[in-house]
Design a protein around this ligand. Sequence first.
Ligand SMILES: *Cc1c(COP(=O)(O)O)cnc(C)c1O
Length: 228
Amino acid sequence: MLSEEEIARRLAVVKDRIAAAAGRSRRHPDSVCLVLASKTQPPGALRAAYRAGARVFGENYVQEAAAKHHALSDLRDIRFHLIGHLQTNKARQASSMFELIHSLHSARLAQALHRAHPEPPMRVLIEVNLGGEATKHGAAPDDVEGLIAQVRDEVEVAGLMAIPPPAHNPEHSRPHFAQLRRMRDKLAAHSGLELRELSMGMTDDFEVAIEEGATIVRVGRAVFGERG
Ligand SMILES: *Cc1c(COP(=O)(O)O)cnc(C)c1O
């Protein structure tokens, strides 16, 4: 783990870069929520980021998140998002820990979340498999409208999330981010739901994502360093 000072320094740099990218697209910096992707990081790394002002952490695995949730339970206003794949049999445990699930991909999972947490309904984003990559989770773009219709009475669908295919140049991610935003605009018009959240952009491309309308960026390595 990096030193507490180094984590604080890196966090400040990321916040400045977020503010600059928001400014370029004439948006307020507060319109972008920074979720620190903290998979594999020890609780001490999250605590250091929290002391430096971070509040929202994105975890990929329910089990790993549960341990950190427990270790950091003295931090009253810390919040966790689930950014990784969620199996239906972990829905109940997830519903008690996460304020937003970025990876809803099936009606079956929505039913399980509803059973575990009917009122208020769980907030979720639909994960969209933009590149149609077989190795990735998420709903195919053509299936998202039908999925929203199926799950909207069981969970609160707050928007969309995507992980574009890996790219060496962040500009290569731009068309994918723009596509997700256009999908959102169309789905919002068709469904009557606001779908205000667009969770897109990571360490290598979060500025481009913000320029294309991201309201949530998920940043790990830029703050915590390379994963071991
Ligand atoms: C790990 C991860 C991130 C952050 O990736 P970095 O490249 O470390 O910024 C974002 N989103 C998801 C879903 C991840 O698994």
